[in-house]
Structure formats: C-alpha cells, structure tokens
Design a protein around this ligand. Structure first.
Ligand code: ATP
Length: 253
C-alpha cells in the first residue's frame, strides 16, 4: 500500500497540497493528472519521503521503486550499472552487488525493454531510452510499490504504446501498487484502475475508478479545455473509450 493521509505541503505562503488523502493497495494502479505546476511531482515526492509534509502522514513500504522524470547525467555509468543500483537497499552500507544482483538487474532491463543497451553509457542514451533504464532500476528493487513520474513524457507514440503495454504487464499479476503521473487522460484509461485529478484553483481533488473520474466534464474542469469522448474499435473488435480535447478538431488555417 502506498499513499498519503491528510497531507499538507506548503512552499512559503503557497499551499500546494491541502489535506490530500488517497491510497493505492497492492494490485491496483493509480494515474495522477493535473495542470502544470499543480503539485503532481510534489505529491509523488511526499509519498516517497523526499518531500517533508507540513502535516499528515505518508503510507509506503520500506523500499519503493521510483522512476523520476528523466534528467541529464554526466556520470559515466553503463545502463546495467544504473539498473543494479536498484539493489542498493538490499546490500547494506558497504555491500557490493554480487552476481545475483547483476542477474536481477539484467532481468529488470529485459522486462523494461532496455536490455539491448545494457552495456551502453547512460549519458549517451536518448531521453526515452534513459526512462526505460530508470524503470529497470525501479523494478530491480523488487519492491511491491512502483512510482513513476511522467514515464511517457519523452516517448514517441510507438514507445508510449510499448510503455502502456509494459505498465499493463506489470499490473496484470496484481502484486504491485503502481502510481504514475501523466498529462494524457488516455494513458489513465489504458493502464490505470483509479485516477487522482488534482483540480485547479483550490478545488478539491477527485479520486476514484477511472470510469468515474476520467469523464469529459471532470477533464474540462481540470484543464479548462472542452473534451469529447470517442469510441474506438480495438484490435479484437472490442470497443474502447478515448477522450480528446476539442482542439483536436480545429481546422488548420
Ligand atoms: N522545493 C520547492 N520550493 C518551492 N516551490 C516548489 C518546490 N518544489 C516545487 N515547487 C513549486 O510547487 C509547484 C508544484 O510543482 P510540481 O513540480 O509538484 O508540479 P507538477 O504538477 O508536477 O508540474 P508539471 O506538470 O509541470 O511537471 C510549482 O509551482 C513549483 O514551482
């Protein structure tokens, strides 16, 4: 289980998180959505214990797999070395990773679809490739909780589809609590059970199953953009619901 209970976070005079409560049990996936600067990353950091709470409590297991937003790195580590860092919490203060830790890291790179650049230097990888390596590091922790900050942000459409397939593969055994942030409501519809909508202008957040939270009305309030629902045929004939901003229909000048 991972989440927050009555959490308040203030930066100076600004209250970014105001009495937020939600929890994600093992077996469920939560998508967090909200406008830029609303507090999604701050919420993840609060859950991870990287951000101090003014009041309230974090709920989290001792080890959490965390995939931060991709940053740059000038450290000359290979992808496999980054993945094996996920084992750090199991090694003790001066412990060195052994062959078992490297085997776990290698298998995590395989799961994340990043094994082909296991021996490449991290700082030479593209933003999307780095994100896959950081996902492997999170998987290598073996934690029952996985927290991903905008995992699709640097990915092209093909790799977004791969990431969503991967998130669903991680979700399928129902043995992890998974939390990810996204700016695309369709990612929530595709790969999450629940959604937390961090509404603007001091409005209370909405938390619940995606079928009840990812609706045009709520999304219009969330982003201030008119939204439409479209029904799409899936590969095996089933119907999928997708949401589109109305600007997707704007005629080009
Ligand atoms: N350590 C800090 N000190 C002061 N202000 C901060 C700090 N960290 C974040 N903020 C501010 O808190 C607000 C929320 O930031 P946060 O990164 O959580 O937003 P976000 O919803 O993840 O945004 P985005 O969608 O743009 O990534 C922003 O206005 C940010 O500038």
């Amino acid at each position: 289980m991972i989440g927050l209970e009555d959490a308040i976070v203030r930066f100076g005079a600004r209250t970014i998180i105001d009495g937020l409560s939600f929890s994600v049990p093992v077996g469920r996936t939560l998508a967090i959505l909200g406008p830029n600067g609303r507090g999604k990353t701050t919420t993840l950091k609060a859950m991870l214990g990287f951000q101090r709470l003014d009041t309230g409590q974090r709920i989290a297991p001792e080890i959490v797999g965390y995939v931060p937003q991709t940053g740059t790195s000038n450290q000359r580590y290979r992808a496999i070395d980054i993945a094996v860092m996920g084992r750090a919490a199991h090694l003790g203060l001066f412990g060195q990773p052994g062959s078992n830790d490297f085997a776990i890291a290698h298998s995590a790179l395989e799961k994340a679809g990043a094994v082909r650049f296991a021996d490449h230097f991290f700082d030479r990888l593209s933003g999307g490739e780095r994100q896959l390596v950081l996902l492997a590091r999170a998987l290598a922790t073996g934690s029952e909780a996985l927290v991903l900050d905008e995992p699709a942000a640097a990915l092209d459409l093909h790799n977004q589809e791969r990431l969503l397939t991967l998130l669903n593969a991680l979700r399928a055994p129902r043995d992890k609590a998974i939390v990810f942030t996204t700016h695309d409501p369709n990612h929530a519809l595709t790969a999450a059970d629940d959604a937390l909508l961090m509404m603007p202008d001091g409005q209370p957040p909405l938390f619940g199953p995606v079928a009840e939270t990812i609706t045009p009305d709520h999304l219009e309030r969330l982003y201030g953009v008119p939204m439409r629902v479209v029904e799409l045929d899936g590969p095996s004939g089933e119907t999928h619901r997708a949401v589109l901003p109305a600007f997707a229909g704007i005629r080009a000048a």
